[in-house]
Design a protein around this ligand. Sequence first.
Ligand code: ADP
Length: 263
Amino acid sequence: MQADSRKISRRRFLRESSVAVGGLSILTLAEPAGMRGAPAESSPVGAIVLLGPPGAGKSVQGRRLAERHAIPVISTGDLLRDHVRRGTKLGLEADSYMKTGKLVPDSLMTPILEERLSQPDCARGFILDGYPRTLAQAEGLDVLLKGKGLTPHIILLDVPDERVLKLLSGRRVCPRCQRVYNIYYQPSKREGLCDADGSALVQRPDDQEEVIRHRLETYHKETQAAIDYYSRQNRLIRINGDQTPDQVATEIESKLALPSHRP
Ligand code: ADP
């Protein structure tokens, strides 16, 4: 059971969990490199940076923003995992940091991100999920975006730690069909069993309370400096992340005040 649960990627787990908790139905995994399309011909959107603790719903909101504004979501976790899978030199080096839950050094992270952002689909703008995570990354991103002539919009999904703990520690996943439940917010009909196929639900090892606390600590220690940096400059758009995904999306759109690119 443990071995099965480990096979589910954490990113995918988090995405599907957010869906289960929030009741959304559409899931998309990272778009393969070969399918990256040319940008739609319309005005630039800029860069939208999503900050917030693990489990705050960044990937769900990222996908919604991507659909609405026709720009890609760039998740640095996904980018790194892609390099690891392909066995690139950078990926091989990054792997040891990722395995131990440490931040990948900027000497590896920066070239990977820059390469992705230079793709044609990013020309009108992009959404960043998982970057920046440190003050140095926030400062570096400003320089990079200035060079591209893109305006950054910095969004912070504020979610209290107690809620994050419940969101992550309450998650259960079916090892067979990968359906995700939450014992507090979206329990299965029969306790501990998948509604779809009756398999025994499992908890991911990194969603155990102690590990979640550690992930939250890293967030507060490292990423808070980046948040403070934006806050000092009055650039932070604070969103109450402790609402339904629909309410969060509405608040983001009203505070961002960007025109929609959807017909
Ligand atoms: P989580 O948000 O739960 O840490 P991610 O998928 O975003 O999951 O990231 C997985 C791993 O990738 C992180 O633990 C870290 O090792 C690495 N990583 C992702 N983004 C960054 C970043 N901006 N800087 C350094 N390392 C990163």
